[in-house]
Design a protein around this ligand. Sequence first.
Ligand code: ATP
Ligand code: MG
Ligand code: FE
Length: 336
Amino acid sequence: VKILAIESSCDETAAAVVVNGRNVRSNVISSQIDIHTLYGGVVPEIASRNHIERINQVIEQALKDADTTLDEIDAIGVTYGPGLVGALLVGVAEAKALAYAAKKPLLGVHHIEGHICANFIENKGLEPPFLCLVVSGGHTHLVKVLDYGKYEILGKTRDDAAGEAFDKVARAIGLGYPGGPKIEKVSHEGNPQSIDFPRAKIVDGEYDFSFSGLKSAVLNYLNGCKMKNIEINQADVAASFQCAVTDVLVDHVRNAIDEYKMDKFAIAGGVASNGNIREALRKLCQEKGVEFYHPSPIFCTDNAAMIGVAAYYEFINGKRDDLTLNAIPNLKLGER
Ligand code: ATP
Ligand code: MG
Ligand code: FE
């Protein structure tokens, strides 16, 4: 089964060809980072316009790289939520037009399901059930992957997502957008023990997360330094912040592994490309005798290959969408 997948939920215009769910034949990503950097974050209207300008070329390139044609495709998968509505609509409209014109089945894919499925690309032996930590720009979910397309959400963030916290703290210490990779880079020069930022625990939801308190603590620390005329050490702040996020993530995963006796664990989403977080979770899994999985950085951040993987499992489960498929900006995982 050969799937053409399209992703346009945020600021990456992407298309990919994926065969039988695990074999990525092409993976084209056109990032708009350069454009949005000027504004310190993603501007929705600008994102939509750029998707429109790029999407046809990106799809053509994906078909060409895979040495195939639209005729030879078995189905078209597209992200239909969650994400920016205008951005999502570009991909959904394109996928519907192609499905109609080429008479191909259409499958709407949940973006976060795609992030989780990114783990199947390089780990051919990975199969559910497994525990998965999704840490991205808009989501922080700890989920049990019960089966393909079947999820039980154990916990999620009550406020900011992990990636969002990285982006906001980066901006506050003058690193700019996107914050995650920049914080990771300067952290190498800093001392993670230099500032004791809070590690939030949620009393009535063991597996839920909260990162807004940590973000505020960083902002308060910066204000305090300013008032006392102390020069901040950017690397120390970054390293201490990253360490606090890592500790919270590791703590939650440890508890879930113990409670649910999972023997496989995977991470997903843009923040999963963070080396410090990845190695801390790898170490935890080693201690616990749990198999550890993670996608390569290129499959952690937004891409269409992961959407093609998710679409494949939907396809063989018999799912089909029709031309009434619409973008759903706040789509919940496990809903349709
Ligand atoms: P969502 O998937 O929740 O809709 P999104 O698609 O914008 O949000 P992703 O593309 O999965 O998010 O990831 C982008 C996020 O990952 C950004 O917040 C970015 O700062 C963060 N990120 C990327 N690389 C790193 C890194 N090395 N360390 C920490 N965070 C990172
Ligand atoms: Mg992005
Ligand atoms: Fe994403």
